[in-house]
Write a protein that binds this ligand. Structure first.
Ligand code: C2E
Ligand code: CA
Ligand code: CA
Ligand code: CA
Length: 275
């Protein structure tokens, strides 16, 4: 509301440009999507190279918009983060992932992406406890994936939550490793269970000596710190062979499988590729 010269309140819509209007609409649609159940989870297998079987599935959020069709997370997650809606959406994701994973064999974990805002929210640990309890999933079958950006506003609260989760038995993975700032200091601050090597390094690992050297260094570093490694975005056999040679613990990518629907998970676990 703006007060004009005569003391009268005049309401006005600021002139929104097309992009801002689209964003605003997306925010309203996201809210609606959460309340009317338009979200679902897909799962992408993470293949354990040493055990020669699927060890984990990463939950990936999917949104079927009523008029626009499938909208990729790269488009709507940033809006959900800016508007704070990611806290409520993330809570739904955590419950849904724990509920679905409880039906899988006990050796198969579920990995859930957690945004910095969600992680830093005061209720986060309680949400995890609730999701595990209601879903009937034991804590050691849940892996939380966070990125280095969670540390941007300081480490203190974050480390406390990480230690709480660890005490519960929840595993912690550092996602998109190598793409953020001063990655190495975070490795000293907390003993992550796993480092996920970003796709940008994996893409050229079989061709470009620099990429191969970086992957090699990350795998060695992780091993020295007693952390596992997952290579992300593995798309062909050459990459797979190179990563296996380098001692990477597990691989994830289209070469093995694209993300699949929740109700296809059990069949994939039972299938020939994972036996
Ligand atoms: P991310 O956590 O790095 O997830 C991996 C992304 O790489 C997924 O994209 C996956 O489909 C894609 N991917 C996997 N293998 C390959 C491959 O071999 N080639 C290519 N080109 N891509 C591959 P997706 O599902 O579109 O998700 C994008 C990002 O959105 C995720 O990146 C994550 O940052 C975010 N996201 C997805 N679901 C959630 C969620 O439930 N919560 C939060 N906070 N973020 C999520
Ligand atoms: Ca991830
Ligand atoms: Ca990633
Ligand atoms: Ca990523």
């Amino acid at each position: 509301a703006k007060q004009d010269g005569r003391g009268v309140f005049r309401f006005f819509e600021p002139a929104l440009d097309a992009a801002a209007r689209r964003r605003r609409q997306l925010e309203l649609d996201l809210r609606e999507a959460l309340f009317t159940g338009q979200f679902r989870l897909n799962y992408q297998p993470i293949f354990d190279l040493a055990r020669d079987r699927i060890g984990c599935f990463e939950a990936l959020l999917r949104w079927q918009h009523p008029s626009r069709g499938n909208i990729p997370p790269a488009e709507f997650i940033p809006v959900a983060e800016e508007t704070g809606l990611i806290v409520a959406i993330g809570e739904w994701v955590m419950h849904e992932a724990c509920r679905q994973a409880a039906a899988w064999p006990a050796h198969v974990r579920v990995a859930v992406n957690v945004s910095p805002l969600q992680f830093r929210n005061s209720g986060f640990s309680n949400i995890i406890v609730q999701a595990l309890t209601r879903g009937g999933l034991s804590a050691d079958r849940l892996e939380v994936e966070i990125t280095e950006s969670v540390f941007l506003d300081g480490e203190n609260g974050v480390l406390q939550v990480l230690h709480q989760l660890r005490a519960m038995g929840v595993r912690i993975a550092l996602d998109d490793f190598g793409t953020g700032y001063s990655s190495l200091s975070y490795l000293r601050s907390f003993p992550f269970d796993k480092i996920k090597i970003d796709k940008s390094f994996v893409d050229l690992v079989a061709q470009d000596p620099s990429s191969a050297a970086i992957v090699h260094a990350i795998v060695d570093l992780a091993r020295a710190l007693k952390m596992e490694t997952t290579a992300e975005g593995v798309e062909d056999r050459d990459q797979l062979n190179e990563l296996r040679d380098q001692g990477c613990s597990s691989i994830q990518g289209f070469w093995f499988s694209r993300p699949i629907e929740g109700d296809a998970v059990l069949a994939m676990i039972a299938g020939p590729m994972s036996a």
